[in-house]
Design a protein around this ligand. Structure first.
Ligand code: AFP
Length: 332
């Protein structure tokens, strides 16, 4: 079976500019992902709690730290100027190059013990002369500056979802050949049939969001006039891949809790790369007010509300959310 990912990256490399560097970084990530997937699948990766907290104050699991170390090692010879990670308080200067990489090395780690798919999310940004080589300026670029982005899904299959700005591709790893042997292009249906949200947070949502979700729950008996399904994996890469496959809408909104006043997901290495993949597959991604990829980047580990999926549905949800200037909790 051909190495379809290698063929894709070889063609990409010929596009000139920093395409050769982009292809080299993605190839290094793809090799490291095979190693991490094997460690997870074979249960050799440690679980439990690592005892320390990351920059977002969340407990780091040993697998979070193992994943971060594994990717950092794999990227030592990649053409990278700097590396930012959910597991690193500050960016790390690398060997030098025209690109900067931001990663969530292991997304969904709280699901490891339950055998739900977890993943790695990555975002590649250009290093420009005006940045003066300073990581804080490089990682302050908005999402529309991304050169490439994607995520790996460590499930029954190892998948790489990748965009370099000309569509979103899904590569499937074949353990029998040791190659990413299959590629399909992702196109998200404009209409959603499923919604994805942590309904346990309902009481914290703003009223207009409550009304919007109530409309989905009422289905054919309500204002939408048709029934919807509900799926929520609690793993962004699993929910994101499902939506790339069959459409739907995912929402992690800001809510009335101080801890969630900007939602839970980090803009640099979760929301922006997912948004890039979703848009390139014909979908839409919003922060509840405007296009996610146009939102100015806050702090390195800054959080943002995130809504993404089928274009028509994201438009409807964003219109509802725009009605709530201030977050208010429901009376009941
Ligand atoms: P963990 O990496 O701590 O498991 O968090 C996963 C995640 O960042 C993202 O993958 C999920 O969409 C989201 O959190 C789930 O958050 P809730 O558990 O608050 O619904």
């Amino acid at each position: 079976m051909d190495d379809v990912l290698k063929g894709y990256l070889d063609r990409l490399s010929g596009e000139g500019g920093d395409a050769l560097a982009v292809a080299a970084v993605i190839a290094a990530l793809a090799r490291a992902a095979v190693e991490l997937h094997a460690a997870i699948r074979n249960g050799v990766a440690p679980t439990g709690d690592g005892g320390r907290a990351n920059a977002s104050g969340e407990v780091q699991k040993p697998l979070d730290l193992l994943a971060d170390e594994l990717f950092l090692t794999a990227l030592q010879s990649a053409p990278l100027h700097c590396y930012a990670s959910e597991e690193q308080e500050q960016p790390i200067l690398m060997g030098g190059g025209s690109l900067a990489l931001a990663m969530d090395p292991l997304d969904g780690s709280s699901n490891i013990e339950t055998n739900i798919a977890v993943g790695t999310i990555f975002s590649l940004l250009p290093v420009l002369p005006e940045h003066g080589g300073r990581p804080e300026r490089i990682f302050a670029q908005a999402g529309h500056a991304q050169r490439a982005a994607g995520f790996f899904v460590y499930g029954a299959q190892l998948l790489l979802i990748l965009t370099c700005g000309a569509g979103t591709e899904c590569f499937v790893f074949d353990p029998t050949t040791g190659k990413y042997g299959r590629r399909t292009s992702c196109r998200i249906p404009a209409q959603a049939c499923e919604y994805s949200i942590n309904a346990a947070n309902r009481r914290h949502w703003p009223r207009p969001l409550q009304r919007y979700l109530r409309g989905l729950e009422l289905g054919g008996a309500g204002p939408r006039g048709r029934d919807f399904g509900m799926r929520y994996a609690g793993s962004l890469v699993a929910d994101g891949y499902r939506i790339l496959q069959r459409g739907g809408i995912f929402l992690y909104p800001a809510d009335a809790r101080d801890s969630h006043s900007s939602g839970r997901l980090r803009q640099l290495y979760e929301a922006n790369p997912i948004a890039f993949c979703i848009e390139q597959a014909g979908g839409a991604a919003s922060d509840g007010v405007g296009r996610m990829l146009d939102r100015p980047q806050g702090d390195l580990h800054g959080k943002v509300p995130l809504i993404f999926g089928s274009r028509d549905e994201v438009e409807i949800a964003t219109r509802h959310l725009a009605q709530s200037a201030a977050v208010s909790t429901a009376a009941e």
